[in-house]
Design a binder for this molecule. Structure first.
Ligand code: UD1
Ligand code: CA
Length: 460
């Protein structure tokens, strides 16, 4: 039977170099806190327990993450990585294998971690290491003449020979809990930084003849941590580049893979085209042959086959039907449901409204809390007056209605099927089907009227 898995995530550190009031692990990468990425990787391994060691920033962290299933352990003061894991010990199952992760190393792939868990379940110690061109600052992996891992020496404690080693400790390791607990009790802080080093556990294990198996990530970014805003920005670009590569591999055309930001899940059909500068948040699904123009922001949107979104649109919580054409400069807010072949144009805002097949709202309009039928034409500058200052009311515009430009529909109000509203109408009562309704002051001309002239100086 497999040993249960316990995950310990170290996140108590200060993050001084971020120069931020926000705890470091709450800074977002691809729209989610660093720690949320680590938790997602941990979750994918289906652990029995996840324990997060926190400290700096106080209760901000547990509150922001808001997950009742996590074991939160406060480390105060912070006396090193070994001390941090010691705080978690009372919460660990001695029969488990323990995977140690860092809250500020967000992009480790589940596959890499899974391999380590397998090794630990066989009783060995899996240590994630990597060779770096510039290993400065990291703990170095010291191997014996037979190539076996002997210990880890921290940069600040290392001699010249050890500093020349380019294989470094990523900090991520997986090992049987019972053994770890024993070694932790023997840690001392007799070192250059006066800290309890988790890394000393490796030396103890090697001395006792334990098997220590180094594992390596498939890509270096899997083990990169965030200590500064520069590193955060670099890792964001690396992550986005890998998302872009995946999308292109799936058959998506990206006008420039370096100018794409996915902050959630983006699912694409065949032959999707995404122009530069687009941001995708939450869950976005783009059907076959969808085109998204430059500089659009889409959040929680479903775009159906063949629809085209022209540049500079902001769309949230909406469905866009087959072969619809949106934008440029459209704003679609939550609850917008556009049927097939709808056209929504520039400076049109739509909220909580259904728009039927083939209807057009092409210029400068606000449509809120409305039901718009099929083949409706809504003229420029039309406004649904849905809010009376206290309550919201619905507007219903039935099939094939024609709404003249600059019309206000004072809800609740219904425009009947095939009705026409004259330009400039303020509709306060229902407009009957098939008829022309308009509210308009009769046009008059005052013959001989003169414009006022400016009073001259000295004229009194
Ligand atoms: C640690 C490793 C080093 C490795 C490096 C990789 C030790 C002694 N050294 O060094 O071998 O190359 O990571 O980045 O383990 N933390 C706590 N409580 C503490 C101290 C740290 O929770 O008291 C957390 C931090 O929030 C961070 C992680 O542990 O997530 C690592 O801490 P950090 O100070 O960055 O470790 P390093 O000294 O850089
Ligand atoms: Ca670090």
């Amino acid at each position: 039977m497999n040993a249960p898995l316990n995950v310990v995530i170290l996140a108590a550190g200060k993050g001084t170099r971020m120069k931020s009031d926000l705890p470091k692990v709450l800074h977002p990468l691809a729209g989610r806190p660093l720690l949320a990425h680590v938790l997602a990787a941990a979750d994918s391994l289906r652990p029995e327990r996840i324990c997060v060691v926190y400290g700096h920033g106080g209760e901000t962290l547990p509150t922001a993450i808001g997950r009742a299933d996590l074991l939160w352990v406060r480390q105060e003061p912070q006396l090193g990585t070994g001390h941090a894991v010691q705080q978690a010990v009372p919460h660990l199952d001695p029969a488990a294998v323990v995977l140690i992760l860092y809250g500020d190393v967000p992009l480790t792939r589940p596959e890499t971690l899974q391999e380590m868990v397998l090794i630990a379940r066989e009783g060995a110690i899996a240590l994630l290491t990597v060779r770096l061109k510039n290993p400065a600052g990291y703990g170095r992996i010291v191997r014996n003449t037979r190539g076996q891992v002997e210990r880890i020496v921290e940069h600040k404690d290392a001699g010249a020979d050890e500093l020349a080693i380019d294989e470094v400790n990523t900090g991520i390791l997986c090992l049987p809990a019972g053994k770890l607990m024993g070694w932790l009790t023997r840690l001392t802080n007799d070192n250059a930084q006066g800290e309890y080093y988790l890394t000393d556990v490796i030396g103890m294990a090697a001395a006792e003849g334990e098997r220590i198996l180094p594992c390596h990530p498939a890509a270096e970014w899997e083990v990169l941590g965030v200590n500064s805003r520069q590193q955060l920005a670099d890792l964001e670009r690396t992550h986005q580049a890998s998302i872009a590569t995946d999308l292109m591999t799936q058959g998506v055309t990206l006008s420039d893979p370096a100018r794409l930001d996915v902050r959630g899940e983006l699912a694409c059909g065949r032959d999707v085209l995404i122009d530069v500068g687009c941001v995708f948040e939450g869950k976005v699904a783009l059907g076959d042959n969808v085109k998204v123009g430059a500089y659009c922001v889409l959040k929680d949107v479903k775009v159906e086959e063949g629809a085209e979104i022209l540049p500079f649109c902001h769309i949230e919580g909406a469905r866009i039907g087959t072969r619809a054409r949106i934008g440029p400069y459209s704003r679609l807010r939550p609850g917008t449901d556009l049927d097939a072949e709808t056209h929504i144009g520039n400076f049109v805002e739509i909220k909580n409204s259904q728009v039927g097949v083939n209807s057009k709202i092409n210029h400068l309009s606000y449509v809120g809390d409305a039901y718009v039928g099929r083949k409706v034409n809504i003229g420029a500058g039309t406004i649904t007056c849905n809010y009376d200052g206290a309550n919201k009311h619905r507007t219903v515009i039935e099939d094939e209605a024609f709404i003249g430009s600059d019309t206000q529909l004072v809800a609740p109000v219904t425009v009947g099927r095939g009705a026409t509203l004259g330009a400039g109408t303020t509709l306060t009562r229902d407009a009957p089907a098939g008829e022309l309704t308009l509210s308009r002051v009769k046009q008059t001309t005052i013959n001989g009227w003169k414009r006022p002239t400016k009073a001259g100086k000295g004229d009194g």
